[in-house]
Design a protein around this ligand. Structure first.
Ligand code: 13P
Ligand code: ZN
Length: 272
């Protein structure tokens, strides 16, 4: 049997956690990732018929029964994942209408999946219903987006429009906009439900004074989504205190959308 440490999905996830740490998005144990992996693929590396242990999740996710995920561990540091994947990561299979996670590999020191599993699995369920190719939910704490939640109106139309205006690429990368939640207690089912609800409409969700969630078909795409929004937030913070002499107009945002064949979130552009 091949070693799971050489599996392409494992190599890519480890590279991604390292890259996110290097971007300064994941201080200490900040951030978490869940990646949907097909059980048939896992069976090339693991004996999937013998779970190591079962861990209660504390919530329901009936549409995910039988689905397997590679998930970062709670309290684990992204900077360490590359050196010790088996302690910092785990592979789980969701069973029992989502109430139980069977551990197939990892969390070798007795650890467990991220405390944000409710937001991850509830968001996976919603995104899979929208797009069966969705595989990734990613959470991190990028400084500029986080800072923006202190000084910008948290209305998500206003927040989205500001980001769209900061770089031409934003409309192309996230025409569906960005959902915004006010500060809420993290790690709870409530913030998980609220995040998943926002994920129905947009693949990015900001948590006020905390961080961001992104969803996508693969790790690269999801990383790029967050990276683009974070760049826009950085530009906003650089210019917010200066007189603005020109910006990207709504007509120009529409022009970008038409040229790149993307559909802006309905009602988010003011058109003459
Ligand atoms: P975990 O260490 O449980 O993944 O939590 C980190 C985090 O970012 C909480 O929002
Ligand atoms: Zn967090």
């Amino acid at each position: 049997m091949e070693t799971i440490l050489d599996a392409p999905f494992m190599v890519e996830l480890i590279r991604t956690t390292t890259n996110m740490y290097d971007h300064g998005w994941d201080e200490r144990n900040g951030g978490n990732i869940s990646l949907l992996v097909d059980e048939e693929e896992l069976a090339r590396y693991l004996d999937v018929s013998h779970p190591l242990r079962s861990i209660p999740t504390g919530f329901d996710a009936p549409t995910l029964d039988g689905r397997c995920f590679l998930v970062t561990g709670t309290g684990k540091y992204f900077k360490n994942v590359q050196y010790d994947p088996e302690n910092n990561l785990g592979v789980i299979r969701v069973t029992d209408s989502g109430r139980t996670a069977e551990l197939l590999w990892g969390y070798a020191d007795g650890g467990s999946f991220t405390s944000e599993l409710p937001a991850h699995l509830m968001s996976h369920a919603v995104r899979l219903a929208e797009n069966p190719a969705n595989r990734v939910i990613m959470h991190c704490h990028p400084a500029n987006l986080l800072a923006m939640t202190f000084v910008h109106d948290l209305d998500e139309r206003a927040f989205t429009r500001t980001l769209w205006q900061m770089c031409t690429e934003c409309m192309i990368v996230f025409p569906d906009g960005i959902g915004v939640l006010p500060w809420m207690l993290c790690g709870t089912n409530e913030i998980g439900e609220a995040t998943a609800e926002k994920m129905r409409r947009s693949r990015l969700v900001v948590w006020g004074q905390h961080g961001i969630y992104g969803a996508g078909a693969d790790l690269d795409e999801t990383f790029g989504l967050i990276e683009t929004a974070e760049k826009a937030a950085e530009i906003y913070l650089k210019i917010a205190q200066m007189p603005i002499l020109q910006t990207i107009t709504d007509d120009e945002l529409r022009e970008i959308a038409d040229w790149f064949h993307v559909t802006p979130r309905e009602g988010y552009l003011d058109l003459a």
